[in-house]
Design a protein around this ligand. Structure first.
Ligand SMILES: NC(=O)c1ccc[n+]([C@@H]2O[C@H](COP(=O)([O-])OP(=O)(O)OC[C@H]3O[C@@H](n4cnc5c(N)ncnc54)[C@H](OP(=O)(O)O)[C@@H]3O)[C@@H](O)[C@H]2O)c1
Length: 231
């Protein structure tokens, strides 16, 4: 039977290319997005392959997590990929940080991966591969911060790395491998036009890493090129 990956924020950017990469490998791809009716690229992918399921999920909405979980009851999920992310306002310089916007970024980048994992843990535990992946970022690596700036995004991704590490221990007894990834600097709406990597290149690297994971990798922050990153 085909293996299954669930990807949040799959309608554009890296999440969309990740969906394409796994589809090409014959996987069953559960693509989650806030607005399926507007997800033109996913609809096209489904029309071409007939193998894409497009599911409504705003990861910050508990009711939508509950509805999705009920719809997926009993279905194994080999890889649960928390990709959906927010950068926050472009201007988040010292003296110009808004607490509500900061909390919204934390709701999406940190709290949502915990709550969605709690909700779908039986699906992951009942799969063959038993993997949870959280999209981190090198901008969240404390030892790597030599320039300051972007406190909202940086703190959220540092917290996402800590969440991954905590989940790795909390889910060890269920045989679940939990990792975080840095996808590189990628030319998406978030990454901007100056970024050197195409989303498809980042997705190809992430796919390679995902498919070569083993339980000993649990708790690691992994660059899409395979390097293990420090905190
Ligand atoms: N690009 C980079 O250089 C880079 C580097 C390091 C890490 N990352 C991380 O990689 C991930 C993907 O980023 P990207 O570059 O592909 O960015 P992107 O093009 O801006 O895509 C972000 C995705 O997240 C979704 N999203 C945001 N809030 C959501 C919510 N509440 N519920 C569900 N989906 C939501 C967006 O959906 P809508 O279309 O509905 O807004 C979109 O699909 C993020 O976690 C990001 O932090 C990116």
């Amino acid at each position: 039977m085909a293996e299954t990956i669930l990807i949040t924020g799959a309608n554009r950017g890296i999440g969309f290319e990740l969906a394409c990469a796994f589809l090409t490998r014959g996987w069953q791809v559960l693509t989650c997005c806030r607005d399926p009716e507007q997800a033109a690229d996913l609809q096209r992918l489904d029309a071409e392959s007939g193998k894409v399921e497009i599911l409504r999920l705003d990861v910050a909405e508990p009711d939508q997590i509950a509805t999705l979980t009920a719809a997926l009851a009993g279905r194994p999920i080999d890889i649960l990929f928390h990709n959906a992310g927010l950068f926050g306002p472009r201007d988040q310089a010292f003296g110009n940080t808004d607490p509500e916007q900061w909390l919204e970024v934390f709701r999406v980048n940190v709290i949502a991966p915990q709550k969605l994992t709690e909700s779908l843990v039986e699906n992951v535990a009942g799969s063959g591969r038993k993997t949870v992946a959280i999209m981190g970022s090198q901008l969240g690596c404390i030892g790597d911060n030599s320039s300051g700036a972007w406190p909202i995004y940086r703190t959220s991704k540092a917290a996402a790395h800590m969440l991954m590490r905590t989940l790795a221990f909390d889910l060890k007894a269920r045989g679940i491998t939990v990792v975080a990834f840095h996808p590189g600097w990628v030319r998406t709406r978030m990454g901007g036009a100056e970024a050197p990597l195409e989303p498809a290149e980042a997705a190809a690297g992430l796919t390679r890493q995902l498919l070569s994971l083993n339980p000993a990798d649990s708790g690691s922050l992994i660059h899409m090129d395979g390097r293990r990153l420090g905190w």
